[in-house]
Design a protein around this ligand. Structure first.
Ligand code: SF4
Length: 462
């Protein structure tokens, strides 16, 4: 009995875990200030993604579509991008950054978005918008390659490579968070602040948890500025928290500008947060303050109360973004839980070389499956037909019906989460995230014990 890494054996997908590459590029684009992306494709490529963002954050975000129709699909639709850029610039006088995000259809018909950008730079921008700062950035995200995860990775690289410019060292640290929630950004900034590290957080999306103000506000925006992106070339180093969601940008900065890139294990759980802090200490020379030692101690105390009595030996299935899934699995193992099935929703050939997956393959001494290119049927089929018994599911809202239909408690983690309130506000990273995750897993199991009248009396004595 050991851990096994394998590809889904079926052709086709039943209940996908991920959506497509342009979604990732759109998520990156909404993290930038004064930016509205144009997705070059059918309107649905924006409509459904924007809906997911709104469902997850209960906020509204601005994204545009070139809205390709039959004529464009047959004869080419570059003209629609040209018109789209003009309309955006006319309608939004503050907009400075417009990524042109390709899709499956426009990549297949061969629309040359790089050529369109050159043409607009030479024509429309000089003639009609002379003196206005406008950046048009082509981002290629065909949906028949990768997933929303790789689309995010590509877009972060393209934004960074477009803006990064060598100047004098700024002494800052680039922290590329990956596709995380506002609560994660708050927690990470708190760690950096406690260590007195001056940083550029990419992307600064804490503001996605937006207030409703008296003057009225209809949309949410990220706060990463052009200056932030330009300065990434002058940083003391780059730390990547999710290797599949920001790794490309870090590599670019290292190869192009000599900015040292360090990829840490996604800081989910005590062990991985320790590694992050030790890495930050090594790069910056800043000590780990007593306040963080205390924060760690509080988390460990909370976790110790739960692990042996309630979490040990609980069988878990985890699905979603690879860095999140692997980080959660590592944390569950530290809590003496038994991750049985890890589902990664795309076929990235790099998974087999991921040191974290290699470690799982080497060290796990019971039957654990890691399935790539997976869908939610991989989970449902094992429960329904193969006798997989689970105590807990960790994943986003798209798997909710498996939890409901098979009576398995589920903690919502990852994107999109729309069937529980306010989850984006709570971090899964850092010591506070470790504590929150352990407590939420325990509370989910407690509710299930009560609902099923399964040793619920223990909770009286605890
Ligand atoms: S699969 Fe293609 S058509 Fe569908 S949303 Fe993605 S890019 Fe658009």
């Amino acid at each position: 009995m050991s851990c096994e890494l394998k590809d889904k054996e079926r052709v086709g997908v039943i209940n996908p875990i991920f959506t497509c590459q342009p979604a990732g590029a759109q998520y990156a684009s909404i993290g930038i200030k004064d930016c509205i992306g144009i997705v070059h494709g059918g309107q649905g490529c924006v409509m459904f993604v924007r809906l997911l963002f709104s469902q997850h954050f209960k906020e509204s975000f601005e994204l545009a579509s070139s809205s390709v129709h039959e004529e464009g699909a047959v004869f080419g639709a570059c003209r629609r991008v040209e018109e789209g850029v003009d309309v955006l610039l006319m309608r939004y006088p503050h907009i400075k950054v417009i990524p042109i995000i390709s899709t499956c259809s426009t990549e297949i018909i061969g629309d040359d978005i790089d050529g369109v950008v050159r043409k607009l730079n030479e024509g429309l921008l000089k003639e009609k918008y002379a003196g206005r700062e406008v950046h048009l950035i082509p981002i290629h995200t065909p949906s028949f390659v990768g997933s929303m995860v790789s689309g995010y990775d590509v877009a972060v690289r393209d934004f960074v490579s477009y803006f990064a410019k060598k100047d004098s060292p700024n002494g800052k640290l680039n922290l590329i968070t990956g596709w995380v929630n506002p609560g994660d950004v708050t927690a990470l900034k708190s760690l950096l602040s406690a260590m007195q590290i001056d940083s550029t957080v990419l992307f600064e999306i804490e503001s996605f948890d937006s207030p409703l103000m008296p003057e009225g506000n209809h949309v949410s925006h990220g706060c990463t500025t052009i200056e932030d992106l330009t300065g990434t070339a002058n940083a003391a180093g780059t730390v990547v928290l999710n290797r599949y969601e920001g790794g490309k940008a870090a590599k670019f900065l290292e190869s192009e500008f000599g900015v040292l890139a360090t990829t840490v294990p996604t800081p989910i759980g005590i062990r991985n947060t320790d590694t992050l802090l030790q890495t930050l200490k090594k790069i910056t020379g800043k000590p780990i303050p007593q306040s963080l030692v205390r924060e760690r101690g509080i988390a460990i105390d909370a976790i110790t109360d739960l692990t042996h009595l309630f979490l040990a030996d609980k069988k878990v299935a985890i699905y979603g973004s690879p860095d999140l899934v692997i980080g959660l699995a590592e944390f569950c193992l530290d809590l003496e839980m038994r991750p049985m099935l890890l589902l990664l929703g795309d076929d990235n050939p790099g998974y087999k070389d991921d040191p974290r997956i290699k470690e799982l393959l080497e060290k796990v001494d019971y039957k654990m499956e890691i399935v790539t290119n997976a869908d939610l049927w991989e989970l449902e089929n094992r429960i329904k037909n193969d006798g997989l018994e689970l105590d807990l599911i960790l994943g986003h809202s798209k798997g909710r019906f498996i939890s409901i239909d098979y009576n398995i408690p589920m903690l919502r983690v990852g994107f999109p989460t729309y069937d529980r309130a306010g989850m984006y506000r709570y971090p899964v990273v850092g010591y506070v995230g470790a504590m929150w995750l352990a407590e939420q897993m325990a509370n989910t199991i407690f509710t299930d014990m009560e609902y099923k009248k399964n040793k619920e009396w223990i909770l009286n004595m605890w």
